[in-house]
Design a protein around this ligand. Structure first.
Ligand code: PLP
Length: 364
């Protein structure tokens, strides 16, 4: 393994396993791999390369992410989920053959002024309840008719929507969103896409022509009450560092900024070379589990920029240089997210450039 202090291992085999799980869960749909935000922190081109033989398309958030994929030679369908905002982005969409999500009249105006352009693939985004982007039910037909008249738009037109609460398996809002979308699009010929990872795993009716798999490809559960491992997914990323010091402290001493933790007894304190400057969550609570030489110990005191402190216990034999895992095998990222009052999406996206990325073929 690497000699570097603080590193994330990307377990490349895991992504092939996970994409098989998407296939098994949604056998009749084409798969769009969602690789926005640097593939959720795992590396855009690295992940695209691993996936390219196994998926039917890619989805990114921004035009520039799509351009980067095309420049690297990827030829699959690429959908830009946020679409475009400025007229000058259309040139890139056309030149690099990127599909766009169309969610506003502002975008329609820009397209309508485009006369002699290469044609762009368009997905009409319908707002079925998320209330973030998209057209309301009563607008859909009008938008469709206007787009059909646009020279710059490929036909047929496609349709998509996005879930608000699909990670809650008991929330009937998802059933309503699916029903509204199907009702609004039943009479149009283009392709349809509803499901994100939670849809793929929990809402079979949302599996239409295309599914958009994000978090599950990275081996992480979309549900707050389960882990990727429990869903037969394999985590793609594990995060590691080392102990840089082991110190004796007495009962009653406080540790770290603001002295938020007072040691109840004499113990050994481990100092680990990772902090929020690496993307370890600043708000991880006292008690958040950390693995030192494979054993669970609790985080104590505040997370600082470059270090965290853990209570090794009075009888620990751990020493400077020993291995530390922040999430990965035997320490699900979903558990860390709960301790840090966040979701695992933010943890993987938040890894900073200081953390060295080490690729591994072996699955954890
Ligand atoms: C991010 C995103 C997805 C993927 O969601 P996951 O929960 O990661 O599977 C799908 N569709 C849209 C529109 C998105 O923005």
């Amino acid at each position: 393994m690497s000699r570097t202090t603080t590193y994330a291992v990307i377990h490349l085999d895991a992504i092939r396993h996970n994409v098989q799980q998407v296939r098994l869960a949604a056998p009749h749909s084409k798969i769009m791999a969602v690789i926005k935000a640097n593939a959720y922190g795992h590396g855009l081109l690295r992940v695209a390369q691993e996936l390219k033989g196994f998926v039917d398309g890619f989805a990114v958030a921004r035009v520039q992410e799509g351009v980067r994929l095309r420049k690297a030679g990827f030829q699959q369908k690429i959908l830009v989920l946020e679409g475009f905002t400025e007229r000058d982005e259309l040139q890139n969409l056309a030149d690099y053959d990127l599909d766009v999500s169309l969610h506003s009249r502002h975008q329609l105006d820009i397209l309508q002024q485009q006369i002699k352009s290469k044609k762009i693939g368009v997905w009409i985004k319908i707002d079925t309840g998320m209330n973030r982007l998209g057209f309301k039910a009563h607008e859909v037909h009008d938008i469709y008719e206007q787009l059909m008249l646009c020279d710059a738009v490929k036909k047929p037109l496609n349709f998509m929507t996005h879930f608000a609460n699909a990670d809650d398996k008991n929330d009937s809002k998802t059933i309503q969103q699916i029903a509204l979308f199907k009702d609004l699009t039943a009479n149009y010929e283009g392709e349809k896409s509803i499901a994100n990872s939670a849809g793929i795993l929990a809402w079979q009716d949302s599996q239409t022509d295309w599914v958009r798999a994000g978090i599950m490809l990275y081996g992480i559960s979309p549900f707050p009450d389960s882990t990727g491992v429990a869903l037969n997914l394999k985590p793609l990323m594990s995060l590691h560092s080392r102990l840089i010091a082991v110190r004796d402290i007495s009962a009653g001493e406080t540790v770290g900024y603001s002295g938020t933790w007072t040691s109840p007894n004499a113990t050994k304190l481990g100092v680990v070379a990772i902090g929020y400057g690496d993307g370890y969550p600043r708000y991880a609570r006292i008690g958040t589990p950390v693995l030192v030489n494979g054993e669970r110990v609790p985080l104590v005191g505040r997370v600082s920029m470059d270090m965290i402190t853990v209570d090794l216990g009075l009888h620990s034999h751990a020493k400077a240089g020993d291995n530390v895992t922040l999430w990965g095998e035997n320490l699900p990222i979903e558990e860390i997210a709960l301790y840090a009052n966040t979701i695992p999406y933010t943890l993987v996206c938040g890894i900073t450039p200081r953390v060295e990325i080490v690729e591994s073929e072996s699955v954890i």
